[in-house]
Design a protein around this ligand. Sequence first.
Ligand SMILES: [Zn+2]
Length: 465
Amino acid sequence: MARRETSFICQNCGAVYGRWQGKCDACGEWNTIAEEASARAQMPGRAPRKGRLFALEPLAGAAHDAPRLASGVAEFDRVTGGGFVRGSVLLLGGDPGIGKSTLLIQVAAALARGRHRSVYISGEEAVAQVRLRAERLGLSSASVELAAETAIEDIVATLGDGETPRLVIIDSIQTMWTDLVESAPGTVTQVRASAQALIRFAKRSGAAVILVGHVTKDGQIAGPRVVEHMVDAVLSFEGEGSHQFRILRAVKNRFGPTDEIGVFEMTGGGLREVANPSELFLSERDLGAPGTAVFAGIEGSRPLLVEIQALVAPTSLGTPRRAVVGWDPNRLSMVLAVLEAHCGVRLSGHDVYLNVAGGLRIQEPAADLAAAAALVSSLADAPLPADAVYFGEISLSGAVRPVAQTAARLKEAQKLGFARAVAPEGSGEQAPALKCVGSLATLVAEIAANGRRRMENGRRNSAGG
Ligand SMILES: [Zn+2]
């Protein structure tokens, strides 16, 4: 009888160890290593299969785009790059309770309404619960086929029987298990083997498969980080509990762009698509308050206006605090250093907080100028003009550098009623009230002057009254 072999596998990154240890050397996580039956021991010694011959093709030849099936949910299709590719597998990650199941039942229903067979397999909830949700969303009439199953072999056999579905949703991959491995559901080995079986099914049948994956606190897709490398696209569904906004983002996409975002609003009737996100992100603006600047950004192919909020306050600690939500902390440090070195703005005795409104995450360096304006505005207690937008990259020398897609940014600002734009020099004559700044120092001096004027006016008023 063969000895039953076990190995110790990190549930976070999939690294394999000969014995248990507290910390994973590969990813640095603690208490993530669990004992699992070794995969090799479970594969009985089979003779290696003789390879099948396939045709090799020349490099030159007619290129054709992968045929796509649009779901009809425009914000979803934008992120996937125009719809589902036949035989592709997509991983949708997100915090538990963020609305992944709601989004997917809406996508499945939209596809079913277009007379495409779509199947929803839930390993988390009973059929009655999924039905109840569909009813609440007003989707009961859509011909989505449901099942509550977790055994991969049964699922693949059922899906392979009869007409091939165009879309299969597996909610979630962490609840699935296959007979091929002995480990418990949710372990790396199980998740990987189950995903492999579903990917094989997708490639063979041409059905598009969406795997739902839950995400841990630090933003990693729990356990199945290994799955991220196996699938064609990884989407993440983000949002904060206190906001009704939800953002769908492509983290990886073999068939499309990775910088597009889809914006949804969570309502009582489900997720509503937001075709013009700028209006939504600016809807809660604090007009006339110091420390806020509107950034004219670009997300993917779409301009997006968003408010950047800063708070600069004297520190009571030895080391001042630097906290940032929605922006790169390294860029904040850089902007602070440039302000200090080239503009005479001393912030070493101040706590600095920076926040991107609406729970959005900005990655563009073009936000530098808006962040700097918000910081100086807060420090000088001088509100920025409410009808101005800001964009531009700041270099270490304090110069403001031009950024891409200036025209689209200005057009969006104009459309939303902004009369002024503060932008890098050379942005062109695309808007009548465009103010070009060559260096950060000029902008800082101007905001500071406004602050002084405001303070003097205040003193005069209080002396007079
Ligand atoms: Zn690890």
